[in-house]
Design a protein around this ligand. Structure first.
Ligand code: SAH
Ligand code: DHB
Ligand code: MG
Length: 215
């Protein structure tokens, strides 16, 4: 370990009690977002309140007017990102499942965000090329099918303005990033390509968040 310069020697100190204390303090759950966070009949795979708060802050830091999200589910992360938009800005969120899109639109309405979020139903690989018409985008958040992350990343690389922000959830691929599966390989290609076109870091959220600024 003495010669290992890939990490500092400091342990990972944040145990569950510390994380709970800090999440409650800095990023408490917002009851107004219950329709998005506790949507009936959808898997509980949305980002957590702390990652949601981080998304709000990052979108705000990017002074973003146009955000593209791949994977809406029930709208939780879209709402959290919309809260950081510059006035007049918009989140375009792509969702394959009509049922998820319907729940998301209802939750977005309840959150008072309907004028800031547009849910687009379809397969992301088909929808993304149509979003080229938006012009350069400020933030892309990727959070859908993991086997296509490399292709979503390629689109983001083209669509983002210089200085624009690339965000990728599940960057640890559920702890399986280094395995041999097609999905794990796609996720590694996503990481590797990102380092070529972006200044990047992987933030150790529960399942990892890739953060990159386009050069
Ligand atoms: N970003 C959401 C969670 C997204 S979960 C949040 O944090 O609140 C992943 C979503 O991606 C699911 O709703 C799933 O239906 C959708 N999805 C999966 N494959 C897709 C594809 N090819 N195109 C668009 N959406 C897809
Ligand atoms: C799953 C997907 C996600 O995007 C996530 O953040 C957690 C879990 C899933 O498909 O199980
Ligand atoms: Mg995710």
């Amino acid at each position: 370990m003495a010669d290992d310069k890939s990490r500092s020697g400091v342990e990972f100190y944040a145990d569950k009690k510390i994380l709970d204390y800090l999440a409650t303090l800095h990023a408490p759950h917002d009851q107004g977002l219950a329709a998005a966070f506790d949507a009936p009949g959808v898997p509980r795979i949305m980002v957590g309140p702390s990652e949601g708060k981080l998304l709000t802050l990052l979108v705000r830091l990017a002074n973003a007017k146009i955000v593209v999200e791949v994977g809406t589910l029930a709208g939780y992360s879209a709402i959290r990102m919309a809260a950081g938009l510059r006035p007049g800005g918009r989140v375009y969120s792509i969702e394959y499942e009509q049922k998820h899109a319907d729940l998301a639109r209802a939750a977005i309405e309840r959150a008072g965000m309907s004028d800031r979020i547009e849910v687009i139903v379809g397969a992301a690989l088909e929808v993304l090329p149509k979003l080229d018409a938006l012009g350069p985008v400020d933030v892309v958040f990727i959070d859908a099918d993991k086997g296509n992350y490399d292709r979503y990343g390629e689109w983001a690389e083209r669509a983002l303005r210089p200085g624009g922000l690339l965000l990728g959830d599940n960057a640890f691929y559920f702890g399986r990033l280094l395995e041999d599966s097609a999905e794990a390989k796609a996720m590694r290609r996503f990481h590797e390509r990102a380092t070529l076109a972006f200044d990047t870091v992987c933030v150790p959220t529960p399942d990892g968040l890739l953060v990159g600024i386009k050069r």
